[in-house]
Structures are given as structure tokens and as C-alpha cells.
Design a protein around this ligand. Structure first.
Ligand code: FRU
Length: 701
């Protein structure tokens, strides 16, 4: 490949070919940043999970290396072991005993290597007895290690694998949802620490070890804050508050899927403390989904005298007539009662809905968020006949003005979960929800309780990125605390397997440096692209100050090829207008455009990819790609607001000046000739506008 195919990121990491997901084993050693990643050596969709490998000396230019850990397939073609996500450390003190002699010193004593050790999840799709006698169940996920004495080029699996075969006894039934170990050296206790998840339970388990082989369970954390989906890919690390090395706090990052900030995949962070055994969240960092919104406008009120869905105004092809207990009848004395808006729409979609689709009554979007409580599962749920709970998929879709604007297809568990969708772009419009039983098979039931509208401040959810495409964020081992660096997978499980790229699929985010900053009396996790990105910047392509930018659009001339890969820096202050920002990858009539800006009324940064280009690659009934994503960031009318935007061939990443919020979003412009750049001020003027645009050179030579 010349790395110039349609949509090939020009300054973000991609594998040359094939599918990629999570970054794994990020470790800095001897001047080299290693990045391993979830990789399918055999194709362009998820499967045959292996660890790909790349290295960099600056986190910007990458060199592809051979596959580090390759999925094992037996002679009949059965996949025996997949290498799921995990981390890597360099065992400088040879605590593991895995070092080898690499020569003799002057006194004839052995010089030992410093083994690089990868700690990963072995996923075993096939039941078997391993050569070391371990009896492996079908679907088992266990923790294993492999080591390299040549800086990650070649790897040997430890012969005692798996080192943690199963979850602790209390969670024995979670043996196939136990994954993604992140390991680091904890200097105060002189121990290795591992965090990993019981994905379906939204629990992080914390283990310690002296030798990377024998692990002791120390504590567990969670469920906590966002818990709408599976928890995956945890990370635990310290940061200094405001660069004060005496004020250290610990941060947990957790991937959650589905249940991200938009739908699908997302990354949440929790700030707290860690003593080598237990993580304790700061009290101020609690976001309790159970306390999500008290609603506002009552726009519909109804009470049904019998417990049928028709009485609630639900329509569709599904079979509403299931038998069995209806939650509503217990709650409301035999009546199904519901009201939308200020409180509850209590319905209970129940029965064998097969491939049915059921639509809610119409309602009007009244606030920035629609939130609802959902629960579901098989009915009856019988593991013996009905397979595993995650086989059953139900989707929930929000339709506004005839268009799908949000959709989640989820595995259907018995857990009550809150789901919040940002609907700020459609206030005042008519909407309805659709529930679809996606796959046939055993009966599914699903109920939606408590539909409420609210304007929840988004930062209470502690999202690490407010866009749809930042997941499985992992941080580097081997760097000082003040240089903690994170990379996310720039994709979303809701549509990852079908994004329109070939012959590779998925890119990594720009590496970002993390810090804690006190802003408005609150300690916040902040992030900025690594400073070495500036080595790719061209000299200024456009730089201008407007004391007043009038209402309307102002075209800016950015020469090709940089109009498709550039950094746009904006500074501005509120004027009479209500929105200000930049339109990218647009054509003259704006039928194609990606709009990024600040909403002075909504007090948020937004990315609008509704008209960004191709979105037909996803089944619109299931997973909406188009969207309007916001990150709340309150400002005063005199503030100088700063936005820094990175545009690549298939993504935008937006950071505010302080790094409090980031929005990462893929885009797939269709009309490549149309790559206009336009400043806009909406509803009036914007003051003290300063614009600076730099091109970004390609990292692929
Ligand atoms: C997250 C994830 C991990 C798992 C890996 C498998 O994206 O689901 O939990 O280890 O992907 O590829």
C-alpha cells in the first residue's frame, strides 16, 4: 500500500492491511514507544484476534513490525486461542525470572536481558485440555503472559499459562467475560498491580503480584458511574494535580459498550485514590445514573385500564400479548400507567416479539437529553436451551422527524440500565422510539421505564471523550507520571465492522497527554495531542483576526492537499450570535459538510456529522452513524474560547484550549473535490475571532 487509499488516515496510525481494534501493550522502553494492537491477520473484520505490533520514537511516525502474538488455529481450522486485549511491562528487575543471559560481564558474570512481558486475555473458543494439563471450557477467558527478550520482536508463551484461569469463586459464572488485564509496577508497595474487568458485571478486579505469574485478588471496584453496558479495557494510573508532584491522584479509565456517551462504545474516567490494594473514588467524582434527571415538560399523560401495549399507544408488528407478570401491574396496582415527560412512561414490552418491531407513542423532544431505563432478557431465560444471554439482541432506536438519530443494538441482559441520548439538536421536534427484536430464537422481552427529558450536565458522566469514536483507551507504561500518554481506538462497535475502508479497518486516535487540572474549583482530567505532532505541521496556511465576524459564512482558502488534513485553531468571544465555528470538507451548497463549533446558548462544543458524507454503510434501522455530538463546557460571555481541531482523511478530533473536553468522530466525505473550509457565525456576529490553520504532513512516505 502507498497509504493513500480513500479514507486512509494520513497522520493517524493504521495497520497496512486488515482489521484492527484496541491498542494493547503500550510500553515505552529504551527510547522506543511500542504499540501492540488487536489485529486480524486474515481479514478486514473482527476475528482471529492476534497482537499486531508497531514502534515509534515520537508517537507520530510509526514503523510496522511482524505480528507479535498470533491467534492459534488447529489443523482442523478450529480457533484454539485468541489473544485479546492486555498490556505490557518491562521487567527490569527480572521479578519473573524470565530473563535470559545475553553475555558475560568483565568478571565473567551473566548479563541478563530485561524481558518485555505481555499480559493478555486468552480467549479459547474451543473446549480442550491444554498441553500443560489445564482443562479449558468453551468460551473461557483467562489471563496469560508471554515474554520477549528481543524488545518485542519475538515472543514465547509462558508454559504455566493461563496464570489466572478463572474469576474468583463469587463470579465463577463469569468465566467467559473476564478480560483485558492492565498491569503496572506500583513503586510504593513494590508490586505489580493488575486491573481487569468482569465485563457483564461492570466490575473491575484488582490483583497484585511479586513475579507477574502468581496473582492475589486485592479488591474490586464497581459498578460505578456509567454502567449501561459491558465494561472493558480498564486502565489505572496516577497523575499530579496542577503539576504538583506532592498532589497525586489515581485515575481509572473504563471502556463501556454499549452505553457510551452517544450510544455504542465510550470511555469514562473516575478520579480517586489507590493505596496498592483498593481504588476509592473521590466523593466529588460520583455520577449516579440512578439519580439521572428529574424531567421537565409534561407533554403526554395517559393511563390505560388494561395492561396491553395498545392502551399505551404503542403500535407495531410485535406480539404484545405475552403472559406473565407485568412490571407495571405490580407497580401501579394492576393498571398500566404512563406519562411521558415529567417522570415516567411505564410500559412493559413483553412476550415473544420474534422479529417484531414496536413503536412508542409520538412525543416532543423538550430538553438536551432523553434518558430511559431499560431492562430485558430472554423469557424464559434458560441457559440450557437458550444459549448464552448475549445471543439475544434487541435494538432501541430513536426516530426524529422521520430520521433515525440514535440507535443501540444491545445484548439483552436482565440488568436494569439507564441509557441517555443527546438530543440537543432536535428540541421541539416530534419523535418516537422503536424497539426491535433483532434476531430470532428464544423469546425476548424488553421494557422501557421512565422516559425523561433533562439537561444533565454532561461532565457529570465523566466521559473522557464526548464523541462516538474513542474506545478502549490505553495508557503507556514506562513513562514518568507527568508524561502519561493515552491512545484510543478511533471507532465504535456499533458500526466498526462496516466502515467503508479497505484494505484496512480502523485507526488509532492521535496519542494524547493526560493531566489533572483544577478548573472552576474542580479537578478535571484534561488531555491534549502529544506535542510531537507539531513535527508534522506545515508553516501557516491561513491566519487572520476579525474583531467582528459577521453573521454568515466566510470561505477560507486552504490549498490542497492540506484542506483535507490540517489543524484549525480558533479563538473567539461571544457576540450577538448563537453559534460559531468552522465547516470542513464541504461543497458550495453545503450538502456535504462537517460542522464543528461552539453553541453559546447550549454552552457546548459540538460536532455535526449529519452531512459529513457516506453513512449508508450501516443499516439505518440498527446503528445510526449520522449524529450531532456535544460536550458541555460552560463559558462566560467575556471568555476567550479556544478550539483546536485536527482533520484527517476520515476523522476529526476537537479539543478545547484547556483540554477539558475532546470530541472524536469519524467522517467519510464522499465528494473529495469538495473540501472547502468556511468559518461561520450563526444568528448574529462573533467577536475577537482569531483563526490559524496549519497543514499536517502525511506520516506515510
Ligand atoms: C474491546 C474488546 C476487549 C477485548 C477485545 C477483543 O474492544 O471487546 O474487551 O479484549 O475487544 O478484540
Amino acid at each position: 500500500s502507498c497509504f493513500n487509499e480513500e479514507y486512509r488516515p494520513q497522520f493517524h496510525f493504521t495497520p497496512e492491511n486488515n482489521w484492527m481494534n484496541d491498542p494493547n501493550g503500550l510500553v515505552y522502553h529504551d527510547g522506543v514507544y511500542h504499540m501492540f494492537y488487536q489485529y486480524n491477520p486474515n481479514g478486514n473484520t473482527w476475528g482471529y484476534m492476534s497482537w499486531g505490533h508497531a514502534i515509534s520514537t515520537d508517537l507520530v511516525q510509526w514503523k510496522h513490525l511482524p505480528i507479535a502474538l498470533e491467534c492459534e488455529v488447529d489443523s482442523n481450522g478450529n480457533v484454539m486461542e485468541m489473544f485479546f486485549s492486555g498490556s505490557a511491562v518491562v521487567d527490569v528487575n527480572n521479578t519473573s525470572g524470565l530473563a535470559v543471559s545475553i553475555g558475560k560481564d568483565r568478571n565473567g558474570k551473566d548479563i541478563f536481558s530485561q524481558p518485555m512481558v505481555a499480559i493478555y486475555t486468552s480467549t479459547y473458543p474451543t473446549a480442550h485440555t491444554a498441553s500443560n494439563g489445564h482443562v479449558i471450557r468453551q468460551g473461557q477467558q483467562s489471563q496469560s503472559i508471554a515474554f520477549s527478550n528481543d524488545n518485542g520482536l519475538t515472543w514465547t508463551k509462558y508454559n504455566g499459562n493461563p496464570i489466572i484461569p478463572s474469576p474468583p469463586p463469587d463470579y465463577a459464572d463469569q468465566y467467559n467475560q473476564f478480560r483485558d488485564p492492565f498491569v503496572f509496577w506500583h513503586t510504593p508497595t513494590l508490586k505489580w498491580i493488575m486491573v481487569l474487568t468482569l465485563a457483564m458485571k461492570q466490575i473491575i478486579l484488582i490483583y497484585s503480584s511479586n513475579n507477574l505469574k502468581d496473582w492475589t485478588l486485592e479488591s474490586q471496584f464497581g459498578p460505578y458511574n456509567a454502567r449501561f453496558g459491558e465494561w472493558e479495557c480498564p486502565s489505572l494510573f496516577p497523575l499530579y494535580v496542577d503539576d504538583n508532584t506532592a498532589a497525586e491522584k489515581w485515575i481509572i479509565l473504563i471502556g463501556i459498550n454499549p452505553g457510551g456517551v452517544i450510544a455504542g462504545s465510550g470511555t469514562q474516567s473516575i478520579i480517586g485514590s489507590f493505596d496498592g490494594k483498593t481504588f476509592v473514588a473521590d466523593p466529588s467524582d460520583v455520577y449516579d445514573p440512578a439519580k439521572v434527571p428529574c424531567g421537565s415538560t409534561v407533554f403526554q399523560d395517559f393511563e390505560a385500564t388494561s395492561s396491553t401495549f395498545e392502551d399505551l399507544g404503542w403500535t407495531g408488528t410485535g406480539d404484545f400479548v405475552g403472559s406473565g407478570p407485568r412490571k407495571a401491574s405490580t407497580v401501579n396496582g394492576g393498571k398500566v400507567k404512563g406519562y411521558l415527560g415529567n417522570g415516567i412512561m411505564t410500559t412493559y414490552l413483553f412476550g415473544n416479539i420474534g422479529t417484531g418491531t414496536i413503536a412508542s407513542p409520538k412525543f416532543t423532544i423538550s430538553k438536551d437529553y432523553i434518558s430511559f431505563l431499560i431492562a430485558g432478557g430472554y423469557y424464559p431465560y434458560n441457559p440450557a436451551t437458550a444459549g448464552t444471554p448475549e445471543d439475544k439482541q434487541v435494538s432501541i432506536t430513536l426516530v426524529v422527524d422521520g430520521k433515525v438519530v440514535h440507535s443501540q443494538t444491545g445484548t439483552n441482559t436482565e440488568t436494569l440500565v439507564w441509557r441517555s441520548w443527546n438530543v440537543a439538536g432536535w428540541i421541539g421536534q416530534e419523535a418516537y422510539l422503536i424497539i426491535t427484536d433483532v434476531n430470532t430464537g428464544p423469546s425476548a422481552h424488553l421494557h422501557i421505564d421512565e422516559i425523561v427529558f433533562s439537561d444533565i450536565p454532561k461532565d457529570e458522566a465523566n466521559w473522557n471523550d464526548f464523541g462516538p469514536d474513542y474506545y478502549a483507551a490505553a495508557t503507556y507504561n514506562g513513562l514518568p507520571t507527568s508524561e502519561r500518554t493515552v491512545i484510543g481506538w478511533m471507532n465504535n462497535w456499533a458500526y466498526a465492522n462496516s466502515i467503508p475502508t479497505s484494505t484496512w479497518r480502523s485507526a488509532m486516535s492521535i496519542p494524547r497527554k493526560l493531566a489533572l487540572k483544577t478548573i472552576d474549583n474542580k479537578v478535571r482530567l484534561v488531555q491534549q495531542p502529544v506535542s510531537s505532532l507539531s513535527t508534522l505541521y506545515t508553516s501557516s496556511l491561513y491566519s487572520r483576526n476579525f474583531s467582528v465576524l459577521e453573521c454568515g459564512e466566510t470561505k477560507v482558502n486552504v490549498p490542497a492537499p492540506y484542506n483535507t488534513r490540517m489543524k484549525v485553531a480558533l479563538k473567539f468571544t461571544r457576540g450577538a450570535g448563537i453559534k460559531f465555528g468552522v465547516i470542513l470538507c464541504s461543497n458550495a451548497s453545503n450538502t456535504q459538510e462537517t460542522v464543528i463549533g461552539y453553541d453559546f446558548l447550549g454552552q457546548n462544543i459540538f460536532v455535526d456529522r449529519f452531512k459529513s458524507g457516506n453513512s449508508s454503510f450501516v443499516d439505518s434501522e440498527q446503528n445510526a452513524f449520522p449524529g450531532y455530538f456535544i460536550a458541555t463546557m460552560p463559558t462566560k460571555s467575556t471568555d476567550v474560547i479556544e478550539l483546536n481541531i485536527l482533520l484527517d482523511w476520515s476523522s476529526v478530533e476537537v479539543f478545547d484550549g484547556k483540554g477539558q473536553v475532546a470530541i472524536t468522530s469519524q467522517i467519510f466525505p464522499l465528494d473529495h473535490g469538495a473540501a472547502d473550509v468556511k468559518l461561520f457565525s450563526e444568528g448574529g456576529s462573533t467577536r475577537s475571532v482569531s483563526v490559524s490553520i496549519l497543514g499536517i504532513n502525511s506520516i506515510w512516505k
